[in-house]
Design a protein around this ligand. Sequence first.
Ligand SMILES: Nc1nc2c(ncn2[C@@H]2O[C@H](COP(=O)(O)OP(=O)(O)OP(=O)(O)O)[C@@H](O)[C@H]2O)c(=O)[nH]1
Ligand SMILES: [Mg+2]
Length: 283
Amino acid sequence: MNINWYPGHMAKSKRLMANSVRLVDMILEIRDARVPISSANPDFDDLFTHKYRMIILNKSDVADPTITKDWVDWFSMQGIKAIPVNSLDSAEISRLKSDIKKIADKFHRETIEKKGIRKVVRGMVTGIPNVGKSAFINGIAGANKAKTGNKPGVTRINQWIRVDSYLELMDTPGLLWPKLDNREVALNLVFSRTIKEEILDIEEAAHYFLEKAKNEFPEAITARYGKLDMQKKGHEILEGICYKKGWIKSKGAPDFKRGSKHLLGDFQQGRLGRISLESPPEA
Ligand SMILES: Nc1nc2c(ncn2[C@@H]2O[C@H](COP(=O)(O)OP(=O)(O)OP(=O)(O)O)[C@@H](O)[C@H]2O)c(=O)[nH]1
Ligand SMILES: [Mg+2]
């Protein structure tokens, strides 16, 4: 797949992140709960070796709750702590904040015991674009200190945010990896709005989504667009949706582009319900 998806500023962000890693005690990696593997940046394994690392499965309010639970178990089996959260929900985020503070307390005590000094514990919040890093930090800090927005590329510089007297979190710009050679990952990231839809063919994305939907969550589609034959191919289902909704061009042909945009928007806005696009691999 030959698409231009690694903007120049990301190479710079990666260098800055690599320089800042030594300053932090822990890495809080934010992923999208609907696509926990596609939203993993493979470069992070090298960047964060030897650091305490925790995975936050954010936007869990729009992911399928059963599948999210399976993901938590799947990560746990590999010795990785993964915690689902809706960063926009104050009760959920305050529960997570006390978990994070317990870990921070441990680092705090260790430095007092080992070095005899009181040190501010620092966490770096990382992840690919638009997964909710800044919203997560705002939730934890209890104030809108970091800028957020419903599009990739909102945060452009590293920013320290004070959570309390001995905990600081660093907000970082969303980071992709240089070469995208997996079509399915790209399509998942278009649907989760981590990469801009303009860089892919939106009709191809809609066909892919409907192929998945017809097997895994057909009711979500029929509940929104009406009775459709979900045995058909993805592009035929899209055609059916266009006719049902009246998205027709002047000569009576279905307006596939318009239908695809609606489908994408409906998924992204949660109007199709709680849907996960990835499930853990079978054991
Ligand atoms: N439904 C839902 N939306 C969320 C959640 N967390 C963040 N959002 C929304 O997702 C969008 C992106 O949030 P940001 O915090 O700006 O994402 P980011 O990872 O900092 O993005 P960049 O700075 O562009 O890399 C915003 O519209 C948020 O309101 C969540 O847990 N659930
Ligand atoms: Mg941000």
